[in-house]
Design a protein around this ligand. Structure first.
Ligand code: 0O2
Length: 263
């Protein structure tokens, strides 16, 4: 006959100890879930803000400074590894206070000026507090890395409390993003010990990416200046992907008169 063994074989002593351990583990799991959920909710809130900006720009200005948005939550393993590497206390409050990139959002823009515009629009929102800013665009890292990093705090309304939660936002151009993902791959491929020639190549590629960014923005500005003189579709109105429909100037003028002179 096979002896029945307690589920928790590593809990010595009275059977109550094993039950207490199971209870404590369950509680820890619940706490961890709530902890991670707050970061997911904070990410969702920030993504909503970013999408509103994106849609508003597309509808009103016929152009969006935001090309692409992605997000990620650090895994519990990644969080623990970082806490151990940095010597932070291994408890949730300590981790919350010290690790500010558990929730991460990356916004890719077309042009350099757009990165700052998006920064200002997000930082200017009443419930967003910028805790830290690193401007690797104005001052690139020595390896050539360029990006604008913000650590923001946003209140998350849970059922029993309001929790300020931090989110790391990286804002950069398509060219900077292209460079960063290649550099990231190379860095991991060589386990951090990237050969000098490749380090030089990366620096040159970063310069080239920056020149491309500057050139593309200049060309874009020229096209915009040309477009503003072109009034072909000035009488067209469109919304939310619907085909544009005519809104003649005369009609708009009567509407304006009605607003200023209701009599
Ligand atoms: P992951 O997996 O991308 O999240 P700290 O302020 O202590 O959190 P750090 O590194 O000083 O840490 O902050 P910083 O400089 O703001 O960098 C944070 C993130 O920016 C990094 O996250 C990278 O995603 C990115 N980053 C910074 N420097 C480089 C770089 O030289 N090359 C590339 N490709 N990305 C960079 P993690 O935590 O490294 O990893």
């Amino acid at each position: 006959m096979v002896a029945r063994r307690p589920v928790m074989t590593d809990a010595p002593g009275r059977p109550g100890d094993a039950l207490a351990t199971v209870g404590a583990l369950r509680e820890l799991k619940l706490e961890l879930t709530r902890f991670l959920m707050s970061y997911k909710f904070a990410t969702d809130e920030m993504l909503t803000k970013i999408n509103i900006l994106k849609e508003e720009f597309s509808s009103i200005h016929d152009y969006s400074p935001i090309e692409h948005v992605s997000s990620r939550l650090k895994s519990p393993e990644g969080i623990l590894k970082k806490a151990i590497r940095k010597g932070y206390p291994l408890e949730l409050d300590g981790i919350r206070d010290n690790i500010q990139d558990i929730a991460g959002i990356r916004i890719t823009c077309s042009f350099i000026s757009d990165t700052y515009r998006i920064r200002d629009l997000l930082a200017g929102q009443r419930d967003v507090t910028v805790l830290k800013e690193k401007d690797y665009i104005r001052k690139p890292k020595t390896n050539g890395y360029q990006s604008l990093h913000l650590i923001v705090a946003i209140p998350v309304f849970m059922s029993d409390r309001v929790q300020p939660v931090t989110v790391e936002i990286q804002i950069r151009t398509i060219a900077m993003d292209f460079w960063a993902s290649l550099e990231h791959k190379i860095y991991y491929k060589y386990n951090g010990a990237v050969p000098d020639t490749l380090v030089d190549d990366l620096r040159q590629a970063a310069d080239a990416a920056n020149r491309l960014d500057v050139k593309m923005e200049l060309m874009h500005d020229q096209v915009v200046a040309l477009e503003s003189g072109d009034s072909d579709d000035a009488d067209l109105f469109s919304f939310d992907g619907l085909p544009p429909f005519p809104l003649p100037k005369g009609l708009l003028e009567s509407f304006m008169r009605g607003r200023t002179d209701p009599e």
